[in-house]
Design a protein around this ligand. Sequence first.
Ligand code: AMP
Length: 367
Amino acid sequence: MTVGIVGGGQLGRMLALAGYPLGLDFLFLDRSDDTPAARVAPSLVGEFTDRKLLRELARRSEVLTFDWENISVESLRALGREARIAPPLAALAMSQDRLEEKRLFAKLGIPTTRHAAVDSPASLARALRSVGLPGVLKTRRLGYDGKGQAVVRSADDAVRAFESMQGAPLIYEEFVPFDFEVSILGARSRRGEVAVYPLNRNLHRDGILRLTRAPWDAPSLQRRAAAHLRRVLAHYDYEGVLNIEFFVRGNRLVANETAPRVHNSGHWTIEGAATSQFENHLRAILGLPLGATTARGHAAMVNLIGALPLREAVLALPEAHWHDYGKAPRPGRKVGHVTLLAPTAGQRDKAAQLLLRAVDPASARTP
Ligand code: AMP
């Protein structure tokens, strides 16, 4: 049985690696044949909007899924009944537009940032008045890893940021002086079964995730984050894994964004949970029973950004798991990650700090 995956990045590659023991085969579609996924599975090469290639992918696959969200919903929708696609395209479309995402949060009673749509100097002035300063001006679409956004501390900043974003539809939202960030992942299967993972505490720098620690032991946050996640999953009759990121301020959770796919903050589940997010995504979209999401000990995941450190040095650490995505080095690019497991949260945090200091000293200095 073949699973077709649009996008052949590291997420796709890790989906394939998780699916082989289940007896699955994989076929990818990506713009290049030199992708992390193409090293482990066959790949069709062409544009994500290429209807002929999408049709071929659908014809050769039991179900289609995707490993990043900036793909064309229209092109997938045009496949019509030729393809079964999971997660649902409505969830994909929502996650591509920050304004739609915020509307969904509001509709489902999930607390989120104050915000306003901006598409002209007049609407920018209105947004500054209604939301206030400081704030963040973001492109509504095609933003990821902190791209397409600017922190705004004055009206002049706002005008400069507005002009640099070149007429794209924007959203202005309040700046949240958060204490820290968390995310929660869950899977919902075709049969309506839901499995939610323990909470992740995340550290970003320059908009890029650097460190995830899980489980993050905060029962009240976990309970509320899981309830929010379940509401989104139910709303879409969702199939697959979904992630929601939140800011935490005091005891409050403020939803920032969703990802209708496996997520970087869930990589620790490969070694740190009874069933990985990748396996549960596949189980969910194929209608198989979901696996337990229980943590095995305490995990820390450190992203390797730009270039890989010395493999020997990392492997010399106890319970360090090395993941090389097979990508060429480039500043700001996620080229791999390391997951550490420890018997207690204290030991995990200490080990994570040492590793971060070695591979990403600037992030190690961030609280
Ligand atoms: P995003 O692309 O929305 O996930 O933003 C990337 C990162 O920028 C987030 O993880 C935060 O660290 C930061 N950020 C985004 N929006 C806000 C906000 N409204 N207030 C404070 N920090 C933000």
